[in-house]
Design a protein around this ligand. Structure first.
Ligand SMILES: Cc1cc2nc3c(=O)[nH]c(=O)nc-3n(C[C@H](O)[C@H](O)[C@H](O)COP(=O)(O)OP(=O)(O)OC[C@H]3O[C@@H](n4cnc5c(N)ncnc54)[C@H](O)[C@@H]3O)c2cc1C
Length: 427
């Protein structure tokens, strides 16, 4: 339950900006950079003081890679440490059921990228810091929205830093980019729209694995669960064991039983599992769900990225969608700010466009979930094999690969809206 500040407008310190972005994840930082480059003043509020985001995605699809390239930050983010992966595979007991080969996509985005989120966030933040009009309130949490009454136009936020003193940030628009448990969304009284269609526990851990890279993202299907394995820079494997809710918490299940179960699904990594998975404290349990917020826009308020829509990790779509949301919202905000106010009607084209793209990913993930967690046995394997044949060998497969890589509605950055001064400062 969220308790807004009782008297938000009386905060002692006060500052003004054009756009206040809450949350410095991929969505918030990318949008902040696009707006700054367009000459818009941005205050970015981020609760953490470090860029570590351990349990967040790091597989970047070609659509997201292209957006970062258009922003001029991809090469430097990659140079901080990353791995190019050739595609996705679904396997069952060593047998490849589905192979999505990104090599059939046009260069230079003919691969998936395992890019640690801190590398991506650091480059975006460095680029923002070079531009005028940028204020970064690190270590600050949003605690209230400035609105006359719930649902009336939003004119800013109240945030609190490490000293707990309130700071008022007045803005023409507030962007909630604060992730799947969005406080901005909750303060606005907007329901998260959580759905049961993809609701799983993910047990997440990583192994030190020099020389054991697979070069792909692999999903190993096993009775009622799926184990996601991906290479991670440097010399690591990230493993996400995905089970239906409650499937994890069987009483008495100890680390030995878990290790044996995982080693049966991943016999090629049994040695690493036995060496390194020695206590339950090495595992992190995450509640992973799909959601689509009940509203994305109000007068002066808009939600993007995970705060608007959340997806499961299988299929690696969250960062792609977050960056594309930012690229789609950028021209809409620039145009509305030019008129001096940001109304819900101004924001609607963004919401319509991106709601359709998010819904398409939800549909795809529902199908994936059925393939991953659905019936075992010969019929399911036959259906998957038919789908695999289509994806691997036919032109339809190329189309499906492009959809997974770029989404149903690829978005390009409107670099034509960047002002000469901002472009000059960033070289
Ligand atoms: C286990 C796991 C694995 C995943 N793997 C992948 C993958 O491989 N590829 C992929 O594309 N996606 C993946 N995802 C999804 C992906 O991480 C998200 O979709 C993506 O990070 C969303 O970006 P965002 O900017 O919208 O939100 P976030 O990345 O969640 O960023 C939100 C930011 O808001 C800040 N914040 C939160 N509350 C407040 C507050 N009250 N005040 C101020 N700041 C606040 C947070 O600190 C954070 O920096 C995965 C998700 C999970 C859980």
């Amino acid at each position: 339950m969220d308790h807004p500040d009782p008297c938000p407008a009386t905060a002692a310190a006060e500052t003004g900006t054009d756009v206040c972005v809450v949350g410095a994840g991929p969505a918030g930082l990318a949008l902040a950079l696009m707006l700054l480059r367009s000459g818009v003043r941005v205050t970015l509020v981020e609760r953490s003081t470090a860029l570590r985001r351990e349990f967040h995605g790091e597989i970047l699809q070609p659509g997201g890679q292209r957006i970062l390239d258009e922003l001029g930050v991809l090469a430097a983010a990659r140079a901080r440490g990353s791995l190019a992966l050739s595609g996705f595979q679904v396997l069952e007991r060593e047998r490849v059921l589905l192979d999505i080969d990104y090599g059939r996509l046009p260069v230079p985005y003919d691969h998936l990228l395992a890019l640690p989120q801190p590398h991506l966030l650091a480059e975006l933040l460095d680029a923002c810091r070079q531009l005028p009009g940028f204020t970064h309130l690190e270590g600050h949490r949003v605690s209230a929205l400035l609105e006359q009454k719930p649902g009336s136009p939003c004119t800013g936020v109240v945030v609190r830093g490490p000293d707990r003193e309130p700071v008022t940030v007045r803005a023409l628009a507030v962007v909630g980019a604060d992730g799947r448990f969005s406080k901005t969304r909750a303060l606005a009284g907007i329901g998260p729209g959580r759905s049961d269609s993809f609701a799983h526990d993910v047990v997440w851990f990583s192994l030190h694995a020099p020389g054991r890279a697979t070069g792909k993202v692999r999903v190993h299907r096993a009775a009622g669960s799926a184990v996601l394995v991906q290479d991670s820079h440097p010399d690591r494997l990230r493993i996400g064991w995905t089970l239906p809710h409650g499937g994890w918490s069987r009483p008495g299940r100890g680390i030995e039983e878990i290790r044996d179960e995982l080693a049966r699904v991943l016999p090629q990594f049994a040695d690493l599992l036995h060496e390194q998975l020695t206590s339950l404290s090495g595992l992190t349990l995450l509640d992973v769900f799909a959601s689509h917020a009940e509203e994305w826009t109000r007068d002066g308020l808009v939600l993007i990225g995970d705060s608007a829509h959340t997806h499961g990790p299988i299929g690696a779509q969250g960062i792609n969608l977050a960056l594309q949301d930012a690229a789609a919202l950028h021209p809409v905000l620039v145009e509305a700010l030019g008129r001096g106010a940001v109304t819900r009607a101004d924001l609607e084209p963004y919401a319509r466009r991106r709601a359709a793209a998010a819904a398409a990913v939800h549909r795809m993930q529902r199908m994936q979930a059925r393939a991953m967690f659905g019936a075992d046995g010969a019929v399911a394997r036959f259906a998957l094999a038919r789908a695999a044949g289509l994806v691997t060998r036919t032109p339809i497969g190329g189309k499906i690969t492009r959809k997974v890589a770029y989404g149903t509605d690829p978005v390009a950055v409107r670099t034509d809206l960047f002002t000469a001064a901002a472009a000059h400062r960033t070289g």
